[in-house]
Design a protein around this ligand. Structure first.
Ligand SMILES: Nc1nc2c(ncn2[C@@H]2O[C@H](COP(=O)(O)OP(=O)(O)OP(=O)(O)O)[C@@H](O)[C@H]2O)c(=O)[nH]1
Ligand SMILES: [Mg+2]
Length: 294
C-alpha cells in the first residue's frame, strides 16, 4: 500500500450534465439533490469518500450557465470561485448533448487549470454518437487530462474514475472522520430534500421558482420524534395552486415523499408540516439570495 491520498475535488460542468448524480454515486450516498431541470444545485455541497486509498472530498457546484439574470450570475460565481482552491477539478461533460457556446466558454476557463483537470464524459448510456463528433478536440485541448467515460445513472466507469482521482491526488491525511459522507447541517439537508421533491413534481411549470424555508425543527416525545415545519416559497400567489394541486394532492405528495426520505436520514421519526407561501420576485431580492446562495 502506498501513502494515503487526500484531496479536495470540485465538480464543474454545464447545468444538468449530471454532476450531483455523479458525486452521489462516487460517495455511495444520496448527498446532493437531483432533478431533470437545470439549476437544481444552488450551493457548494460537500460529499466525502473514504476508503483504504485515502479520502476524497468532493464539492458539487451549481451548473455553469451563461445568463445575465441575478440568480444565475450568483450561481456561476459560486461555481467559479470553487476552482482555485481545489486540488483537482472534475469537469463533467454530457455525452448526449452537443457542445456549444457555453461549453466552449467553460473549456476556455478551465484551460487555466489544465494540470489539475480530470474529465468525466457522462451519460454514456444515452449516446450512440461518437464523442469525438460531439466534443471535437477535447483530447487535443486537454492533453494532460485523463478523460473517462462514465454513466453516473447506471454506475458505469465509476471505479476507473475513482482510480484516476486517487492516482492524481496528493498524499495527505484524512480531513474528516471515516463515517462522514457530508458536512451539510441538518436544516440545509432537510430543506434540500423538500426542494427536490417539489421541483421534481412541478418541473414543467415552475422548476426554478421555488425555495424552501425551514421555520422550525423540534424534538418531541423524548427525542423519538422530530417535527420539521417548513415553507415552500413560490414567486406569485397564482403559483401556489400549482404546488398545492387539486384538493391538496400536490403538496401532500411532496410532503409524503420528503418525509419518507428524511426518515431514512435522521435518527428520529420525522413529522413534516409543509405549507406554501408566495414571496414576490424573490429571485431578484438581494437579501433572500444572500441567505440562499453562499
Ligand atoms: N441517462 C442518464 N441520465 C443521467 C446520468 N447522470 C445524470 N442523469 C440525469 O440528468 C439529470 C440531471 O442530473 P443532475 O445530477 O441533477 O445534474 P447536475 O449537473 O447536478 O444539474 P445542476 O445542479 O442543475 O447543474 C437528472 O434527470 C439525472 O437523472 C447518466 O449517466 N445517464
Ligand atoms: Mg446539481
Amino acid at each position: 500500500m502506498g501513502a494515503m491520498k487526500s484531496s479536495f475535488i470540485t465538480l464543474i460542468g454545464r447545468p444538468s450534465v449530471g454532476k450531483s448524480t455523479l458525486m452521489n454515486e462516487l460517495c455511495g450516498h444520496k448527498i446532493s439533490i437531483v432533478a431533470p431541470s437545470p439549476q437544481t444545485t444552488r450551493n457548494r455541497v460537500r460529499g466525502i469518500l473514504t476508503e483504504e486509498r485515502g479520502q476524497l472530498v468532493f464539492i458539487d457546484t451549481p451548473g455553469y450557465h451563461l445568463s445575465d439574470k441575478k440568480l444565475n450570475r450568483q450561481l456561476k460565481t459560486v461555481s467559479v470561485s470553487s476552482l482555485e482552491d481545489a486540488d483537482l477539478i472534475l469537469y463533467v461533460i454530457d455525452s448526449s448533448r452537443r457542445s456549444g457556446e457555453e461549453e466552449e466558454n467553460l473549456s476556455e476557463l478551465l484551460a487555466k487549470y489544465k494540470t489539475k483537470l480530470i474529465i468525466a464524459v457522462n451519460k454514456i448510456d444515452l449516446s450512440d454518437e461518437d464523442n469525438d463528433k460531439l466534443y471535437p478536440g477535447l483530447e487535443e485541448r486537454f492533453p494532460e487530462a485523463a478523460i473517462i467515460p462514465v454513466s453516473a445513472l447506471k454506475a458505469k466507469g465509476i471505479e476507473d474514475l475513482k482510480t484516476s482521482l486517487f492516482d492524481n491526488s496528493p498524499e495527505g491525511d484524512k480531513m474528516y472522520p471515516d463515517e462522514f459522507f457530508t458536512d451539510q447541517d441538518p436544516e440545509f439537508r432537510a430543506s434540500e430534500i423538500i426542494r427536490e421533491k417539489a421541483i421534481n413534481r412541478v418541473k414543467e411549470e415552475l422548476p426554478h421558482a421555488i425555495y424552501v424555508e425551514i421555520s422550525d425543527m423540534e424534538e418531541a416525545e423524548d427525542g423519538k420524534v422530530l417535527w420539521i415545519r417548513a415553507f415552500l416559497i413560490v414567486e406569485r400567489e397564482s403559483q401556489k395552486g400549482i404546488v398545492v394541486g387539486k384538493g391538496g394532492v400536490g403538496i401532500k405528495a411532496i410532503r409524503v415523499a420528503a418525509q419518507k426520505e428524511l426518515n431514512g436520514i435522521f435518527p428520529y421519526r420525522v413529522m413534516l408540516d409543509l405549507r406554501v407561501k408566495a414571496s414576490s420576485k424573490w429571485r431578484r431580492n438581494d437579501q433572500i439570495l444572500k441567505k440562499l446562495i453562499y
